[in-house]
Every structure is written in structure tokens, then in C-alpha cells.
Design a protein around this ligand. Structure first.
Ligand code: AMP
Ligand code: MG
Length: 420
């Protein structure tokens, strides 16, 4: 078990508020990269994380070839700058076939991708060649240079060079590159298995009818979707009975089989919250009050030796803390080398006259038609207003204790990046 956990006497874990940056640094230091890997076919590799550098065993292209449909010529180097030259056409080379050696002064019809024959040293596109009636000769009006329209061996990829780096999330273009060097399988990290469950007597499943005082359990569906988006396998125990023993059983169950356990809600200090004492009994737990809005309560600990992240209960808080803290943690565990959220600079079309003690992760839409992208705030920024996230393009970071005028440049994170 990680011994950094129990130092709750350190200032970081005192009852006072903790900065979002400190919480993130601590989490990222605690994330251990999975050591389990497997081979996957190219077709199944999309979105997975490479577990080794991929090297090419061949040059691509493997031979000098024509970049155009036209004529390849064995140009006499004494005739380099001459205009109006005529050549005999002695061969025809389609892609996939090999032409005969060309003697100086001869040409061959050639098609895109076909190998340049021995003796040839340039290619002229067909639009620039006048062919004789019987097709046996071509005349080119302009002066011709050496090596025109030839794609040289290794132009794209050199033999033995690294073409894809360990830790890269595999995108369609990576699959194309791997295929182009003849690699049919990739070594990737095994999918992270994340166990989740939910508690709360107020929660009712979508599809059922609401009784007074109850709300629909939306976090359950948000979290499962976010985890699937992140390429995780999800073990979902659903809503469990809201008592201490059932909570302990659920945690123990998941710890046997999962790489990470997550819950939402139930980690405040209310009497009805059994998650906190259950995690504490089976391992250890840090409950952080983070200087951020939305968010604030965030729990991180271990059940047996399996990491546990408890997100807050309010839907926007749980969504935003997932994006800011949990996803980078998950990505690092998955072996993804670019696990940090990358900020973009945008301009505000709003001011802030009164500094606030907590950093705000405000939901904004972005107007990309202005010279610098311009952010507008959703009017309701409450941690219960999920419509703000649906409306938003992303999240802008409003620093704590800061006032600013309209037109200020701030850090912005698109939702498309924050959720995958
Ligand atoms: P808690 O952290 O459990 O005190 O919850 C804080 C707020 O979030 C309360 O209003 C809860 O009703 C709400 N909440 C907790 N869990 C969920 C959930 N799974 N879906 C929607 N709202 C929730
Ligand atoms: Mg609760």
C-alpha cells in the first residue's frame, strides 16, 4: 500500500482547503502505470495505448517510384537545360510491375506508384508531354531537371526508425502508418478495469416513476459513459443497499477484480454516508476539500491495495472533478503518456469585479469567429445545473482571488478533450 496515504498530519491533508493543483499533483504521483499488456490486431487497436515503441523493418516507399502518371526518362546529363527534347518511348510500367533498364535518351510510360526503372533519372507528368501519333515518341517543350516527380526510397519512413512511441493513444492515422510498414499486431496496455457502485436513498433509476423527495440517478450513467469513453472496462454493481456492511462487501468485491474503484456522492461527512467509513476500514482514505467550484469534496484512497476515487455527488461537481482529476489519473494508469489536460488560451467576454476564494471551472461557449476565441458564460453555474455542461463547449479556469476586465485571456479546456 502507498505509504504517502496516511500522512494526514501533513498540511496537504489538514482540514483547511487544498488547491486543485496540489490535489492533482498528489493524484498523479500516486497513479501507477499498468504492467499488463496484450497483443491486438490493427482493427481492434483504435483508442488503445501503445505499450512499446514501434519500429519499421522496412523503408517506405521501399523503392524509388513515380509521383505522377507520365513518362520516366533516362535523361542525358549533358541535356539538362535544353528545351524541346524528343525521346523514344520503349516501355510501359504500371504500379506493381518492374520495367526494363532504360538507355540514355529513352523514355517509358509510367503510372503513379510504379518503380522507376534502372537508368531513369526523372519523371515528367503526362500533361507536359506531346506524344507522336503512333505513341512511339514524346516531345517536352520545357527544360527538364533530374529527379522530378520521383518519390525516393524511405521518403516517408526509414528502416529501423521509430514510427510510433510507447504511451501513444492509437488513432486512425497511427493504424495507417503501422499497416504501411507491414505490422499487423500492436502491443498495447490491457484495458483498465474500473469498478463502480452508487449509494443514496434519494436515487431512483431512469424509467421508474419518481416519488416525493426522490431524484433520478444521473451520475451512475454519466460515470459509466465517461469511463467507456476513456476505454475502460466497467464493472458496475449499480445501486447498493445503503448500509455499512453492504458498502464494505461491494468494495471488497470490486477490489478482488478491478484496477480502480470509483463512486460518486456519499463521501461527505453526513451520517448517511457509509462509503467513507467503509473505505477507511478496508484501507485508507484522504478526504479533500478542494479550493474549487464546482467540486470541493474529493476522496482518494485505497481499498486493500486498489486505488479508490470518490467523486462528489452533485452532478456538475462529479462531472468536472472526473475531467480534472480522475481522467488524468486513469490515463496515467493506462500508460497514456499525454495524460495532462492541455489548456488553450481564450478571451473572456465577461469581467469579474469581485475575486472569489475558490478557483472556478466555469462552463462556457466559445465563439471561434473572433480573432482570439471568445468565451461566454452559461448564466447558471450551480453544481446542480447539468444543462450548463450540455450547453457548454468547454470549461474556463477562473483563478481564485482575482478580479479582471472583459477581454482577459484565461485557460480553457474543450469538453471534447476533457472527456476522452
Ligand atoms: P452527496 O455528496 O451524497 O451528499 O450528494 C450531494 C448532492 O448530489 C445531493 O443533492 C444528492 O442528491 C446529489 N446526488 C448524489 N448522488 C447522485 C446521483 N447518483 N445522481 C444524481 N444526483 C446525485
Ligand atoms: Mg448522498
Amino acid at each position: 500500500m502507498n505509504d504517502k496515504l496516511n500522512n494526514s498530519s501533513s498540511p496537504m491533508f489538514s482540514d483547511s482547503l487544498m488547491s486543485a493543483d496540489d490535489a492533482l499533483s498528489f493524484l498523479m504521483e500516486s497513479a501507477v502505470i499498468s504492467d499488463l499488456t496484450e497483443l491486438t490486431s490493427l482493427d481492434d487497436s483504435i483508442g488503445r495505448i501503445l505499450a512499446e515503441d514501434i519500429r519499421s523493418r522496412i523503408n517506405v516507399p521501399g523503392f524509388d517510384n513515380s509521383a505522377m502518371d507520365g513518362y520516366t526518362i533516362a535523361l542525358d546529363e549533358n541535356n539538362l537545360s535544353k528545351e524541346n527534347q524528343t525521346f523514344n518511348v520503349v516501355d510501359r510500367i504500371a504500379a506493381g510491375s518492374i520495367g526494363n533498364e532504360l538507355k540514355k535518351g529513352n523514355a517509358a510510360r509510367i503510372f503513379t506508384g510504379a518503380p522507376i526503372p534502372k537508368g531513369a533519372n526523372t519523371v515528367v507528368m503526362q500533361e507536359e508531354c506531346e506524344t507522336s501519333e503512333d505513341g512511339s515518341q514524346i516531345t517536352i517543350k520545357r527544360a527538364i531537371e533530374l529527379n522530378e516527380n520521383i518519390r525516393p526510397t524511405g521518403n516517408d519512413i526509414l528502416k529501423n526508425g521509430v514510427i510510433l512511441n510507447v504511451g501513444k493513444k492509437i488513432e486512425p492515422e497511427d493504424i495507417s502508418l503501422a499497416a504501411s510498414v507491414g505490422i499487423g499486431e500492436l502491443k498495447v496496455y490491457k484495458k483498465l478495469k474500473v469498478g463502480v457502485f452508487f449509494t443514496g436513498d434519494e436515487l431512483v433509476e431512469p424509467g421508474q416513476s419518481l416519488t416525493p423527495g426522490k431524484i433520478y440517478n444521473s451520475n451512475r450513467y454519466a460515470l459509466v459513459a465517461l469511463l467507456k469513453n476513456a476505454g475502460c472496462k466497467v464493472v458496475n454493481l449499480g445501486n447498493i443497499k445503503d448500509d455499512f456492511d453492504s458498502t464494505c462487501d461491494a468494495l471488497e468485491d470490486l477490489a478482488k477484480d478491478c484496477d480502480l474503484i470509483m463512486t460518486t456522492g456519499g463521501v461527505s461527512v453526513g451520517e448517511e454516508d457509509h462509503v467513507k467509513p467503509a473505505v477507511e476500514k478496508l484501507g485508507s482514505l484522504n478526504l479533500w476539500k478542494i479550493k474549487m467550484k464546482p467540486g470541493k469534496p474529493l476522496a482518494f484512497g485505497y481499498v486493500r491495495n486498489i486505488p479508490f476515487i470518490g467523486l462528489p455527488g452533485n452532478p456538475v461537481s462529479s462531472f468536472v472533478t472526473y475531467c480534472i482529476f480522475a481522467l488524468p489519473f486513469i490515463k496515467k494508469m493506462q500508460g497514456n503518456s499525454s495524460f495532462k489536460n492541455k489548456a488553450i488560451k481564450v478571451k473572456t467576454n465577461f469581467d469579474c469585479k469581485r475575486g472569489k476564494p475558490r478557483r472556478e471551472y466555469a462552463r462556457v461557449q466559445i465563439d471561434y469567429t473572433s480573432e482570439i476565441p471568445m468565451a461566454s458564460l452559461y448564466p447558471k453555474q450551480g453544481s446542480d445545473v447539468m444543462s450548463s455542461v450540455v450547453w457548454a463547449d468547454g470549461i474556463i479556469e477562473i483563478p481564485e482571488n482575482t478580479t479582471f476586465d472583459s477581454g482577459t485571456i484565461l485557460d480553457y479546456y474543450p469538453l471534447s478533450e476533457l472527456t476522452r
